[in-house]
Design a protein. Structure first.
Length: 247
């Protein structure tokens, strides 16, 4: 995994306290109207050696459709409910700081719904946090790569997924020191969240990592302007002071 050289190390270390935002997932289902598509398709594909299906055969086919449709719908509902339960359990594990267990739940859910971007987002969060508990550099690297892949897959499935861009920006900046790539993602976050104080803090950290100190100081000004937290405002001012001293 490619890395860049960190500059202004003391100030970058001091700025690491950045929180990931929460994101909500909405599921929208739609239901069509008209003749049952399963019945219609079955009628078209059923062999008819004579002139047409008899009324008895039609009734038999209709019964088959109702029976199998109920079974399929029950299985679909059960799968959807299981995915929801796995996601909620994973989030509970995250809240409890049990990041490895959380990642396991999100992986199980992804096996059932491999095109669900929210599951990949949470898997990225869990894997990124789990990397901090790694006992060796190789294991840490593997977990960070898992986090990166999960975030990228979430963005592939939902290109405007701001929380996934935020997660990637933090991963690239704070863990991998790939500041140029972090810059692209934090810019996308600020386009979507133009007054987010913590996004400005990440942006300042990235500029400091790129040795663009004036721009980092400017971003801390925006943190001070937008934050409602006095402690966060004090921290931003202190980081600004340290950057000015090194300039």
């Amino acid at each position: 995994m490619k890395r860049s050289v960190r500059t202004h190390t003391p100030n970058l270390r001091a700025a690491r306290a950045v929180l990931l935002p929460a994101v909500l997932f909405a599921f929208v289902a739609c239901q069509g109207e008209g003749e049952d598509p399963m019945l219609s398709r079955l009628r078209r594909t059923e062999p008819d050696p004579e002139t047409g299906s008899t009324s008895e055969r039609i009734e038999e086919l209709e019964g088959d459709v109702e029976r199998y449709r109920d079974e399929v719908e029950q299985r679909f509902r059960a799968t959807r409910n299981l995915v929801s339960a796995l996601r909620m359990l994973g989030m509970r594990y995250l809240e409890a700081g049990m990041d490895g267990q959380a990642l396991d739940q999100f992986r199980k859910a992804i096996d059932l719904q491999p095109d669900n971007p929210t599951l990949y987002y949470y898997a990225g969060v869990a894997a990124g946090r789990y990397a901090a508990a790694a006992l060796g550099a190789e294991i840490r690297e593997e977990r960070l790569e898992t986090a990166e892949r999960a975030y990228l897959r979430a963005l592939e499935l939902r290109p405007n997924y701001t929380s996934a861009s935020y997660g990637l920006a933090i991963l690239y900046a704070y863990e991998l020191e790939r500041f140029e790539e972090a810059r692209d993602h934090i810019d996308a976050v600020l386009d979507a969240w133009p007054a987010d104080d913590r996004a400005f803090a990440v942006s300042a950290y990235v500029y400091a990592g790129l040795d663009r100190i004036d721009e980092a100081i400017r971003e801390y000004d925006r943190v001070i302007e937008h934050t409602t937290s006095e402690s966060f405002r004090r921290e931003a001012r202190e980081l600004q002071r340290r950057l000015r001293e090194e300039r």
